[in-house]
Design a protein around this ligand. Structure first.
Ligand SMILES: N[C@@H](CCC[C@H](N)C(=O)O)C(=O)O
Length: 291
């Protein structure tokens, strides 16, 4: 079984092309966990499968480093789009990809080179109701800067789903937040029955924010595409940014351009890069325990 390792701003995944191959469903969580292990595996933030779709041009499935399946992956989508176009699985520069969080449209741009340089994704509409995140409480209400007690501390959270759930809070300095401690506390809080991705945002000016993330199922990562979209939506809902502006989101792994447009769609533009290609010995990577 061949794999390609790619990253979007340091958010790195092992991609497996299932357009020409199959894998048994029951091995997928273990495979994702083992591939992601830095010491016994390849090392990654998770595994992404590129599949056929009945309702879109292609389908993407994302598994986090702990083997849990996510519903969407903004950085992964750009990588999948680049892979499909570069490997000539499609020759149109605009096509659709189905995810568990919905169908998105991707646009390829080659501004300076023959290879795909940037990918812009229409990530669709943000979902704000508690019932859609999902989180505990009245399912018909939104969570906008709501004080919530988690682990004995109060956090002011704004919750946004971009296909997957994000809890966002605003801070004075994103680099001075112990995300490795508060991230898992909020991720596993019983307020979020399906767990949650946790982000901190510092608004720099009308067009720029800093954003760091603790990802559900993968921990601290260098970037999160859906999270960057959620961060811009959350900042706009809190009156810290204006809608229909292109916002540069600075993440530890690089920058994304996010635009929440007047039609309520969130657009995301950024790079995707290859790291390496290789071959996986399935027997080794599907062992229940690698120790
Ligand atoms: N890094 C991703 C999101 C991956 C899934 C997430 N951890 C979840 O379980 O919701 C991105 O770029 O969006």
């Amino acid at each position: 079984m061949y794999f390609t390792k790619m990253h979007g701003l340091g958010n790195n995944y092992i991609f497996i092309n299932l357009l020409e191959n199959t894998l048994q469903e029951q091995i997928l969580p273990t495979l994702a966990k083992n591939l992601s292990d830095v010491r016994f595996g390849i090392g990654s933030d998770g595994m992404i499968l590129i599949c056929d779709s009945k309702v879109a041009d292609f389908r993407m499935r994302i598994f986090n480093a702990d083997g849990s399946e996510g519903k969407n992956c903004g950085n992964g989508l750009r990588c999948v789009a680049k892979y499909l176009y570069d490997h000539q699985f499609i020759d149109s520069t605009c096509f659709t990809i189905e995810t568990l969080g919905g169908i998105v449209e991707v646009h390829i741009s080659q501004e300076n080179t023959k290879e795909v340089e940037f990918v812009t994704v229409d990530m669709g509409e943000p979902k704000l109701l508690k019932g859609m995140i999902p989180m505990k409480g009245d399912p018909t209400t939104k969570t906008i800067n709501e004080p919530l007690t988690i682990g004995g501390n109060v956090y002011y959270l704004t919750c946004v789903s971009m296909g997957n759930p994000h809890a966002i809070m605003f801070v004075d300095d994103v680099h001075n937040v112990p995300l490795e401690t508060i991230g898992p506390m909020i991720e596993f809080s019983d307020l979020f029955p399906e767990r949650v991705n946790v982000g901190v945002v510092e608004v720099k000016n009308d067009n720029e924010i800093d954003y760091r993330v603790w990802e559900r199922g993968s921990g601290l990562t260098m970037a999160c595409g859906t999270g960057a979209c959620a961060a811009v939506v959350a900042a706009t809902l809190n009156g810290k940014l204006k809608q229909n502006q292109v916002i540069t989101v600075h993440l530890p792994g690089g920058d994304l351009e996010i635009h929440w447009d007047e039609h309520n769609h969130v657009w995301k533009k950024g790079r995707a890069e290859y790291i390496c290609h290789g071959e996986i010995k399935l027997d080794y990577f599907t062992k229940e325990t690698m120790l």
